[in-house]
Design a protein around this ligand. Structure first.
Ligand code: ATP
Length: 536
C-alpha cells in the first residue's frame, strides 16, 4: 500500500487537500492523472449503466426490458428531505473522546488486545494499520509495564484482536494515544451530516445539510421524471455526484473520506417483481467490476444477515474488495445493493416512517407529543399508475450505490504490479506497471520519436496533434526509449507509439502493448481506427 500511495503522489494521481497548509484530514485532490482516471471511471459507469443502455432489448438475465435515465441534483436540499429520509434522526456513528490526548475515535474502530504482565491485565489499543497492529500493541504494552527488551517474554499478548465494543472492562483500556488507563468517555452518538446555514440571518431554522448521499435527490424527483419523460416502470434513474459525511476517523487513503463521489441508481419496479430485479442488479454490478478489471478472487458479495436488514428490505448485499491496507481475509465495501421496498417514496409522501417497527407490523408514522406526525412528508402523491393495467401502486426500489473514489482506489490497487522486462540490450529490468483497463487509463497512448533528428519529432508531433482530437495522448522525446516506456507503464498507459527509421520510408509506426509487450507496425493513417478499436 505504501508503494501505491507514494506512486499516486509522485505521478500526480492524488494529493492531500490543502497540503501546503498541512492538509485537512479526510479530503483529497485528484491530480492531472487522477482526474482523468476518475473521469474515465465515472464515464464508463454512466455509459454502461445509463446512456448506452438499450431499452428495446431484454438484457441477459433481466426479468424484462427497462429504461434508464439520469439526473443531476443539488447538494443542498430542503432540510425536510433529511428528516423524512431518516438521516436527521438516525445517521449516526458512535464516538469516544480521550480525556488525556483530547483525540476522538470511532467506537467500533478502536482495536486492541489483552496484555498481561504478572497479575495485571490491560487492554492495549492502537489505531495502527492492520499489519502493524500486533507490533504496536506489544510496543505500547512494554512501555506501559516499563519492560526492557530483555524481559519481553514476561509479557503475554492475546491472540485475538478485538474492538472496544467487544469488551466490557472499559476501565482497563489503554486508549490509542494515552499513557494511563481509563481515559475514554462513554460512546456518544454523532450525526455524520455536515451542517451549513442558508442566507444571512443564520438562525437554527436556516440550518441546512450537505447531502450524505445522492439518492434522496432521485426520490424527491421521482414524480418530475415520470411526468416529464416517457419512462414507464420498470426504470432506473442514475446520478453521479459529491456526497459529504463528517466521518469521525477518515482513513485508509481515499477509502473513507469526508467528501467523496457516489454513482447511484434508484431502480423503480413493481413490488411483485422486486425480488427478481434485486437479483439482477446484484449480479450485474458484480460483473461490471470484473469486466472492468477487478479479479474475482479479490471480490466478494457479502449478503447482509437477516438481523442487519431493515424490516422493509428483502435483502442487501455489499460488493467488497480485498484492499491491500486490510488484513488478509478482510474486505472493504465498494458498493451496496439494497432492496429498499417502498420505504423512501412512502416516507417522502407521508412523513418519516418508523424504520424500527417490528417485521410484519404496519409501518408507523412517528408522532410528536401533540399526536401530529413528527416529520411531515411532502403530502404529494408519489405513487405510480400503470398506463396499461391502470393499477396504482408505490413502486419498490432497488438501489445499487457505488463510490467513485473507492472504485478508483480499488482499480489502482488491482492494477499495480511489478515485473521484469528485457531492456534494449536484453538485460532484465524491474518495472512498475499499472495494468489498468484501457478504458480507465488516464493516458491512452504515448507518442515517441525514436531520436530527436531526421524529421522524426516532426512526424511524431503531427501524429500527436491528430490523435489529441480523439483521446488523451502524451508526447515524450526525453531520454532513452526504454525509460520512456517505463514512465508510461507506471501510470498505466496501454499503448506506446514510436516513430522510427522505417516510418520515414513506409509511413508506419510501432504500437507497443503495455501488458504483452508485443509490438506491431501500423500505418499512420490507420492509427485512430486501430487505437479506438483496442480501447473499446
Ligand atoms: P461504510 O460502511 O464503509 O461507511 P456505507 O455502508 O455507509 O459505507 P453507503 O451508505 O452504502 O456506505 O454508501 C454507498 C457507497 O458510497 C459505499 O459503498 C462507498 O463506496 C461510498 N462511500 C460511503 N461512505 C464513503 C466515504 N466516507 N468515503 C468514500 N466513499 C464512501
Amino acid at each position: 500500500m505504501d508503494k501505491i500511495v507514494s506512486l499516486c503522489k509522485r505521478r500526480g494521481f492524488l494529493f492531500q487537500s490543502s497540503e501546503i497548509y498541512g492538509g485537512v484530514q479526510g479530503f483529497w485532490d485528484y491530480g492531472p492523472l487522477g482526474v482523468e482516471l476518475k473521469r474515465n471511471l465515472k464515464d464508463a459507469w454512466w455509459s454502461d449503466m445509463i446512456s448506452a443502455h438499450n431499452e428495446l432489448i431484454v438484457p441477459a438475465n433481466a426479468p424484462s426490458e427497462f429504461e434508464m435515465v439520469g439526473l443531476d441534483c443539488t447538494i443542498i436540499m430542503h432540510p425536510q428531505v433529511w428528516k423524512c429520509s431518516g438521516h436527521y434522526d438516525l445517521f449516526h456513528d458512535h464516538m469516544v473522546d480521550c480525556r488525556e490526548s483530547k483525540k476522538r475515535y470511532r467506537f467500533d474502530q478502536v482495536r486492541g488486545r489483552w496484555c498481561s504482565h504478572g497479575e495485571k491485565k490491560i487492554f492495549v489499543t492502537t489505531m495502527a494499520e492492520a499489519e502493524l497492529e500486533l507490533d504496536e500493541v506489544r510496543r505500547r504494552a512494554m512501555k506501559f509495564f516499563k519492560l526492557r527488551p530483555k524481559n519481553a517474554d514476561e509479557l503475554s499478548v492475546g491472540n485475538e484482536s478485538l474492538t472496544l465494543d467487544q469488551i466490557q472492562e472499559r476501565d482497563q483500556v489503554l486508549a490509542p494515544d494515552a499513557k494511563s488507563l481509563d481515559t475514554l468517555t462513554e460512546p456518544r452518538e454523532f450525526n455524520l451530516m455536515f451542517k451549513t446555514t442558508l442566507g444571512a440571518l443564520g438562525g437554527e431554522e436556516d440550518a441546512a445539510f450537505l447531502r450524505p448521499e445522492t439518492a434522496q435527490g432521485i426520490f424527491v424527483n421521482f414524480k418530475n421524471v415520470v411526468d416529464t419523460s416517457r419512462v414507464k416502470i420498470p426504470f432506473g434513474i442514475g446520478q453521479v455526484g459529491k456526497s459529504f459525511r463528517n466521518e469521525i476517523t477518515p482513513r485508509n487513503f481515499t477509502f473513507r473520506s469526508r467528501e467523496f463521489e457516489q454513482m447511484e441508481i434508484e431502480f423503480f419496479c413493481h413490488p411483485e417483481q422486486s425480488k427478481q430485479w434485486y437479483q439482477y442488479w446484484r449480479d450485474r454490478r458484480m460483473n461490471w467490476y470484473t469486466s472492468m478489471g477487478l479479479s474475482s478472487e479479490s471480490l466478494i458479495m457479502r449478503e447482509h444477515h437477516q438481523e442487519e436488514l431493515a424490516h422493509y428490505s428483502i435483502g442487501t448485499a455489499d460488493i467488497e474488495y480485498a484492499f491491500p491496507f486490510l488484513p488478509a481475509g478482510e474486505y472493504g465495501e465498494l458498493e451496496g445493493i439494497a432492496h429498499r421496498g417502498d420505504f423512501d417514496l412512502r416516507s417522502h409522501m407521508e412523513g418519516k416512517l418508523d424504520p424500527n417497527s417490528p417485521e410484519g407490523q404496519p409501518m408507523q408514522v412517528e408522532l410528536n407529543e401533540n399526536g401530529k406526525p413528527k416529520h411531515k412528508g411532502s403530502g404529494k402523491d408519489l405513487s405510480y399508475r400503470d398506463p396499461v393495467t391502470n393499477e396504482r401502486f408505490v413502486p419498490h426500489v432497488i438501489e445499487p450505490s457505488a463510490g467513485a473514489d473507492r472504485a478508483a482506489l480499488a482499480f489502482i490497487c488491482e492494477a499495480y504490479s511489478e515485473d521484469k522486462v528485457a531492456d534494449d540490450k536484453g538485460d532484465l529490468q524491474e518495472r512498475t506497471v499499472m495494468k489498468l483497463n484501457p478504458r480507465l487509463a488516464p493516458i491512452k497512448a504515448a507518442i515517441f520519436p525514436l531520436v530527436k533528428k531526421d524529421g522524426m519529432p516532426e512526424i511524431a508531433k503531427e501524429m500527436y496533434s491528430e490523435l489529441k482530437k480523439h483521446m488523451n495522448v502524451y508526447y515524450d522525446d526525453k531520454g532513452a526509449v526504454g525509460k520512456r516506456y517505463r514512465r508510461q507503464d507506471e501510470v498505466g498507459t496501454p499503448y506506446c507509439i514510436t516513430v522510427d527509421t522505417d516510418t520515414l520510408s513506409d509511413n508506419t509506426v510501432t504500437i507497443r502493448d503495455r501488458d504483452s509487450l508485443e509490438q506491431v507496425r501500423v500505418k499512420i493513417d490507420d492509427l485512430v481506427g486501430e487505437l479506438n478499436q483496442r480501447l473499446r
